[in-house]
Design a protein around this ligand. Structure first.
Ligand SMILES: *Cc1c(COP(=O)(O)O)cnc(C)c1O
Length: 286
């Protein structure tokens, strides 16, 4: 099902701030089911089909790459889709690119207040939604569940055992959890959080039994989708130099962080570093 639409993913070697690193270009895997979302959705859609569902329902903010990817995947594989979107006030406003894309692929958008959205994982709230939108296969916010982690393990291959460090951007922790699960104990997985705070450490601890990893929020630039001119300048310079597009919510912050860690001599001189480019370019606003 999913694998037949995957495009060739390239590994690109670049010299960043004097260190050779390998960038895994998951942004190239599919124009609409971009980057890590491809891996996170794969087994969820296979499971939805296996269980005979015709509808999928999921959650997200107005700029969620997961919403756009789920809308397209549903369309591609013959499901109806429902997107529960944070922010009631957006209901009647002009659609941004993410929501317009989801709607174009047939996703029915249902806007709820920020207050209600906070209950997105509560059983009563989910029961209410199940009543309102019956017979829908539920994919949680950001798509993170055990099937997603099964999928994100496939980002790594056996030959990747030669890497000492594996770096990725972190939102809900599904991607890093798959990488950790697939890694060997001599490897260190570093997550660059797009969100402020260290609650993601607790979440990821629940998703994996290993401890060869850590998540830093040192490069979150104040929080989710927050930015500073310094970050935008870094992204523009990086894109110009390496011809690798980044965006300002996830991959730009991660790459800024890796660049800074190299500056601080965090990585040993001959370290082999694999960087996961998780895509997300549909939400690019710079
Ligand atoms: C969604 C997303 C992430 C976050 O992935 P999680 O599995 O939620 O941690 C990282 N990078 C990009 C580009 C994304 O779209």
């Amino acid at each position: 099902m999913f694998d037949t639409i995957a495009q060739q993913v390239q590994d690109q070697e670049i010299s960043l701030n004097g260190l050779n690193i390998t960038v895994r270009r998951l942004d190239q895997i599919h124009p609409h089911i971009s980057g890590n979302k491809f891996y996170k959705l794969k087994y969820n859609f296979i499971e939805a089909k296996r269980q005979g569902f015709q509808k999928v329902m999921t959650f997200g903010g107005a700029y969620s790459n997961h919403i756009a990817a789920t809308g397209f995947a549903a369309h591609q594989f013959g499901f109806q889709s429902i997107g529960i979107i944070r922010g009631e006030e957006l209901k009647n406003s002009a659609r941004n690119h993410t929501l317009a894309t989801a709607e174009r692929f047939g996703m029915a958008l249902h806007f709820i207040s920020r207050e209600a959205y906070r209950h997105k994982n509560d059983p009563e709230f989910l029961a209410h939604l199940a009543q309102r939108f019956p017979e829908s296969y539920l994919i949680p916010e950001g798509g993170t569940n055990s099937l997603a982690i099964q999928g994100t393990q496939e980002i790594l291959k056996d030959a990747d055992q030669t890497f000492d460090f594996i770096c990725c951007a972190v939102g809900t922790g599904g991607t890093i959890s798959g990488l950790i699960e697939r890694s060997l104990s001599h490897q260190r997985i570093i997550g660059f959080s797009a969100l402020k705070g260290n609650f993601l450490n607790d979440e990821v601890k629940l998703l994996t039994g290993k401890n060869n990893w850590h998540i830093t929020d040192d490069y979150c630039f104040g929080g989710y989708a927050k930015t500073r001119p310094e970050l935008i300048q870094f992204i523009e310079k990086f894109e110009y130099e390496y011809r690798i597009p980044l965006e300002q919510v996830y991959t730009g912050k991660m790459m800024f962080g890796i660049h800074d860690l190299i500056q601080q001599n965090y990585f040993p001189k001959n370290a082999k570093v694999l960087v996961i480019h998780s895509g997300g370019l549909q939400g690019r606003t710079i």
